[in-house]
Ligand binder design. Structure first.
Ligand code: AMP
Ligand code: GLY
Length: 470
C-alpha cells in the first residue's frame, strides 16, 4: 500500500486528497499544509514551519522521506514556479508529478506564454505586450478607434492571485485597468506582477476549462469544466462601482460544473490545434496537468477555440467538480505520468454532472450597517468566523467535520480547527459538490446543502453566487 503527499492549502487539495483516499492502492493521504477539510476524508495534515518557499521545499522533501511517501502532487503553481519538481528530482528518488520551473512560464508570464503560443501557431486573441504603461494606453486608444465595437482585456504579466486580468467594457475601463496594473499599490501587493502588461482583444464566446494530462510523450484529454470567475453574476451590480472601480472583479473561482460538453469533434480540434503543439514545442518534457482556459467562438458555422490562458496545474474549483467524476484509480493515472507510461492508461469518467459552489467571506455588517471599506471577497473581508450548524441554535461544527451534516460532498478552501471548533479562514471558505445524471438536479442538491432548512452550515457574512450551472 502506498502513501501520497498532496501539497496544497485549499479546496483543490481536498479534492485531490479525496480522490486518492478512494484508491485501492493508497493507504494514507497526507496534505501539506492542508486545512481542516483534510480530516473529512481520513487524511492527515502536515504543517509547514519554514518561512520561505525555498526552505519549505527542503522541509517538504525531508518530511516526505520520513513519512515514506510514494508519490507527491503539488497543487498550486507557486510551488511549481519555485522549483519543487526540480528540487525533488535533484535531491530524492520520491516520484513527484508536475512540470519543472522552466516550463512554469506558461502560467507565470502572460506575456511570454502568449508569445510562445503565437510563435507555434496556437490560436490566441489579438494581443500586444508592454513594459511602458503609456505605450499600452496609446495602443488601447488606437485599438478602440479602429474597432469601436470591440473591447480589451489588460492583464498583469505575473501572478496576481487570479486578480490580474480586467475584462473591460470600454476604452475608459481599459485605461483605468492599465493604470491600476502598472500602479505602485498593485505591484507592491503582487510582487511586481504588473511591471509588464499584456493587452488582448476581449472575445465574447463560450468560456471553458479544458484539461489535458501528459507524461511528455503521450497527451490525453483530462476532463472539462465550466468555471465562474466573476464576483457578481449581474454585470450591473451597484457594488461593482462602489467597491471595484467599475470593473466586475475576477476571483479565484466561485463555482464550477463538470463536464462542459465539448463533443468529440471539438475535443479533437483542441488536442490537435492547442494541447499537442503546446507540449511538443517546449524545450523539455512536460509532465503533469495542463489547464487550458479557452474561449470557443463561432466562425463560419464552426467552433473555433482560442487560448486565454494556460495553467500548469489543476484548477480550483474545477478540480472539486471534475476529480470526483474520475472513475479510474487516480494513483494509477498519476503514477503512469511519472513513469512515462500514460499511453497504457485508460481514463474513465462518470457520466453524471457534478456541480461545485464556493461559499466565501462576504460583506460584514455591524449594528445593522455594512462595515465601511469592506466589500467582502475578493475585496476586504472578515476571517476566523465560527462555523455553525444551520437550524440548531448556536451549535458549532467541531472535529466531526461538515460532511456529517450535509447530503453531498464538501471541500474546504479555507478553514481551521480552533479549540476543537471549526472556523473560516480566508476569502473562499468551503466548496459544496453534488452530482446527478441531470445537471438541474445536481445544482439543486448543491444549493440545498448550502441553503437547506434542515442540515447544512453557515458562518457570519457567508455569501455565494446563486447562478452556478444555471
Ligand atoms: P486570466 O488572468 O488570463 O486567467 O483571465 C482571467 C479570466 O478573464 C478568464 O478566465 C476569462 O474569464 C477572462 N478573460 C481573459 N482573457 C479574456 C479575453 N481575451 N476575452 C474575454 N475574457 C477574457
Ligand atoms: N479557477 C481558476 C484556476 O484554478 O486558475
Amino acid at each position: 500500500m502506498k502513501n501520497v503527499l498532496v501539497i496544497d492549502g485549499g479546496g483543490r487539495g481536498n479534492a485531490i486528497a479525496h480522490a486518492f483516499s478512494e484508491s485501492e492502492k493508497v493507504d494514507q493521504v497526507y496534505v501539506a499544509p492542508g486545512n481542516a477539510g483534510v480530516y473529512e476524508y481520513g487524511g492527515e495534515t502536515v504543517p509547514l514551519e519554514e518561512e520561505t518557499k525555498e526552505d519549505k521545499i527542503q522541509e517538504i522533501i525531508e518530511k516526505a522521506e520520513k513519512l515514506e511517501i510514494d508519490l507527491v502532487i503539488p497543487g498550486p503553481e507557486g510551488w511549481i514556479s519555485a522549483g519543487i519538481i526540480n528540487e525533488f528530482r535533484k535531491n530524492t528518488d520520491i516520484p513527484i508529478m508536475g512540470p519543472t520551473k522552466e516550463a512554469a512560464f506558461l502560467e507565470t508570464s502572460k506575456c511570454d506564454a502568449k508569445d510562445y503560443l503565437n510563435s507555434i501557431g496556437v490560436p490566441v486573441p489579438k494581443y500586444e505586450n508592454f513594459e511602458n504603461p503609456e505605450e499600452a494606453k496609446e495602443w488601447a486608444r488606437n485599438f478602440y478607434e479602429e474597432n469601436p465595437d470591440k473591447n480589451l482585456v489588460p492583464k498583469a504579466d505575473g501572478i496576481a492571485a487570479g486578480k490580474g486580468a480586467f475584462v473591460c467594457d470600454s476604452l475608459e475601463e481599459s485605461l483605468s485597468a492599465i493604470e491600476k496594473i502598472s500602479g505602485e499599490e498593485f505591484n507592491e501587493e503582487y510582487d511586481r506582477a504588473g511591471e509588464r502588461i499584456e493587452v488582448e482583444e476581449r472575445l465574447d464566446g463560450v468560456e471553458t476549462s479544458f484539461f489535458a494530462i501528459t507524461d511528455g510523450e503521450t497527451i490525453k484529454p483530462f476532463g472539462t469544466a465550466k468555471d465562474y470567475k466573476r464576483r457578481y453574476a449581474d454585470p450591473d451590480h451597484s457594488f461593482i462601482d462602489r467597491y471595484f472601480d467599475g470593473i466586475n472583479p475576477n476571483t479565484g473561482g466561485l463555482g464550477a460544473y463538470s463536464p462542459e460538453e465539448e463533443g468529440d469533434e471539438l475535443t479533437e480540434k483542441i488536442m490537435e490545434q492547442i494541447a499537442r503543439p503546446t507540449v511538443k514545442n517546449l524545450d523539455e518534457d512536460y509532465q503533469g496537468i495542463l489547464h487550458f482556459v479557452l474561449m470557443i467562438m463561432e466562425e463560419d458555422g464552426e467552433k473555433q477555440p482560442y487560448v486565454l490562458e494556460i495553467n500548469v496545474r489543476d484548477g480550483d474549483p474545477e478540480a472539486q467538480a471534475r476529480l470526483p467524476r474520475l472513475e479510474s484509480d487516480i494513483y494509477d493515472v498519476y503514477s503512469s505520468v511519472v513513469q512515462q507510461e500514460l499511453e497504457e492508461e485508460s481514463l474513465q469518467w462518470s457520466s453524471d454532472y457534478y456541480v461545485a459552489v464556493c461559499v466565501f467571506s462576504g460583506r460584514p455588517w455591524e449594528d445593522g450597517k455594512p462595515v465601511e471599506g469592506y466589500a467582502g471577497y475578493p475585496g476586504e473581508y472578515y476571517s476566523k468566523q465560527p462555523i455553525f450548524l444551520r437550524g440548531q441554535e448556536n451549535e458549532r461544527v467541531g472535529e466531526e467535520g461538515i460532511g456529517e451534516h450535509i447530503d453531498g460532498m464538501v471541500y474546504h478552501n479555507g478553514t481551521d480547527l480552533h479549540q476543537g471548533y471549526m472556523r473560516s479562514r480566508g476569502g473562499r471558505v468551503l466548496t459544496f459538490v453534488n452530482n446527478d445524471e441531470d445537471k438541474e438536479k445536481a445544482l439543486e442538491k448543491t444549493y440545498s446543502d448550502i441553503q437547506g432548512e434542515d442540515g447544512g452550515v453557515y458562518f457570519s457574512y457567508m455569501d455565494y453566487r446563486e447562478d452556478i450551472a444555471q
